[in-house]
Design a protein around this ligand. Structure first.
Ligand code: URP
Ligand code: ZN
Ligand code: ZN
Ligand code: ZN
Length: 510
């Protein structure tokens, strides 16, 4: 490929006038097994101008149509990653994958949409939203935004309403950790939960007890444990379990749905399961690193290797990974994200003398679809239809963009992958499309390879080659009041009438 200042190795740019013909706007995918969350069937899929037109056997087309043979392969909705941090800034440092390189990597791995977390700028949600709008201008796939709430006052409350009613945001994240930075207290969480409920927006929590984490970090430094292993030791699973339980109970008290991001431990998962058994609407999101890895890498004698695994909550000891997989297969956890936030070795080295200064985050946006297939389907823990549900459909339902996204139906966006279950993949930093010089899945092999990715009706990944167009990705507005809010008002009414049951009191007089 030609090289210019914007050029990432191995990526062809299809900018208008760049010399790369954007592929035909008419595509026929022939003979594959079309998998939706509710069923799979052998059928052809016909796409025109970015939209799926027909899904049925034996579609006949003219000469001007690009035909892809999918015989023996699965044709599935493109992945949707509910949890990413592209070009995220923290302490003057920006993560290395931006909205172009991160999305290009995603497309090479079969993910065709992601939802990224906006941070306010100088406490302003509007300024934060506009800053992210700018970052996302170079997008080559569709994307949506969650908004982060870091303080509370009347202005924030009003801006939340503006975000939902005018900016297409239907979810807000609250950090219960990162003391002295983005952490909020229970009072703010309660205000936020009430506001989310009134707007029909989904409250999301990063659930770790930030005060206890701060204490745990001091303890490690006092003991002289300054390396990456100190990161895991300073914030054990019990602190994730505690915050998860607290957030769930507060959401139950307010009677609003709750989404727990990056569930990393048995402790947190069991709190979610307990609440669900009592009828509470709690969504649990495991991420690929929690499902596919154990935290032993943090003890690697090589700092660069150990530091690449530093993220929060930490990747746990062996056993948590298997338990999270089981919870995903049985429905306690509903969808898989990545928390993709990449820093190269130079950036991670900021914490060479103090694990508290290692920028937090791991890769995964390119690896998610492959690893989840291998770990969940190839291993026999899950069907192909359930795979579609946890990688795409359920995310689209929760964030209220189904069936435009998350399905192969006539009328849905043409975000489609062809996965070959008999082909294998290998992961290495040498060949991945992220700009990071490391990969937490280095050397990992598995079965089930995404051979073709179609995004917005364009073939962007085929024959191990990316052909992406900066600026072709669209912002997807997400409307409030998803299915998770159905019947919430009836629960409120029941609660109120229970409070107003008359109490008989007798007055005693001499
Ligand atoms: O370590 C992590 N997870 N970095 C990204 C920010 C967050 O907490 O999600
Ligand atoms: Zn090039
Ligand atoms: Zn988080
Ligand atoms: Zn995150």
């Amino acid at each position: 490929s030609e090289s210019n200042q914007f050029c990432d190795a191995g990526i062809e740019y299809g900018e208008p006038g760049c010399g790369i013909s954007s592929s035909s706007s008419k595509i026929l995918i022939k003979g594959g097994t079309v998998v939706n969350a509710h069923k799979e069937e052998v059928a052809d899929v016909y796409v025109e101008d970015g939209i799926i037109i027909a899904v049925k056997p034996n579609i006949k087309v003219g000469e001007d149509v690009t035909v892809l043979d999918a015989t023996g392969k699965f044709v599935m909705p493109g992945g949707i990653d509910p949890h990413t941090h592209l070009a995220v800034e923290h302490r003057g440092l920006e993560s290395i994958d931006d909205f172009f390189s991160g999305q290009a990597a995603a497309l090479a791995g079969g993910t065709t949409m992601h939802i990224d977390f906006v941070f306010p700028v100088l406490d302003s949600l509007t300024a934060g939203f506009e800053a992210y709008e700018k970052k996302a201008k170079k997008s080559c796939m569709d994307y949506g935004f969650h908004m982060t709430i870091t303080k509370w006052d009347e202005v924030v409350s009003k801006e939340m309403e503006i975000m939902v009613k005018e900016r297409g945001i239907n979810s807000f994240k609250f950090f219960m950790a990162y003391k002295g930075a983005v952490m909020i207290n229970d009072e703010i969480l309660l205000e936020g939960l009430k506001k989310c409920k009134s707007l029909g927006a989904l409250a999301m929590v990063h659930a770790e007890n930030g005060d206890a984490v701060y204490e745990g970090q001091k303890r490690m430094i006092e003991l002289g444990i300054i390396g990456p292993e100190g990161h895991a030791l300073s914030r054990p699973p019990m602190l994730e379990g505690e915050a998860t339980s607290r957030a769930i109970r507060l959401a139950g008290f307010v009677n609003t749905p709750l989404y727990v991001v990056h569930v990393m431990s048995i402790d947190a998962m069991e709190e979610i399961a307990t609440a669900q058994k009592q009828g509470q609407r709690v969504i649990g999101e495991p991420i690929v690193s929690g499902l596919a890895l154990d935290g032993s890498g943090l003890w690697d004698p090589d700092f660069v290797t150990a530091a690449k695994f530093v993220m929060s909550p930490p990747i746990r000891a062996s056993g948590h990974d298997k338990a999270l997989q089981a919870a995903l297969s049985t429905g306690i956890l509903q969808l898989v994200g990545t928390d993709h936030a990449t820093y190269n070795s130079t950036q991670k080295a900021l914490g060479i003398d103090d694990f508290r200064k290692i920028p937090n985050g791991v890769n995964g946006i390119e690896e998610r679809m492959h690893l989840v297939w291998d770990i969940m389907v190839e291993s026999g823990q899950m069907s192909a239809t359930d795979y579609v549900r946890i990688t795409s459909t359920e995310c689209a339902r929760i964030f209220n963009i189904y069936p435009r996204k998350g399905a192969i139906f006539p009328g849905s966006d043409a975000d489609i992958i062809i996965l070959n279950p008999n082909s294998s993949f290998e992961i290495t930093a040498k060949s991945h499309h992220s700009r990071s010089d490391t990969n937490v899945y280095e050397g990992r092999r598995g079965k089930g390879k995404v051979e073709v990715t179609i995004a917005g009706g364009r073939i962007v990944w085929e024959n191990d080659e990316l052909k992406v167009v900066p600026g072709s990705g669209k912002y997807v507005e997400m409307p409030p009041f998803s299915y998770l809010f159905n019947g919430i008002d009836k629960g409120d009414a029941k609660y109120l009438s229970s409070l107003q049951a008359p109490v008989k009191r007798f007055k005693f007089t001499d």
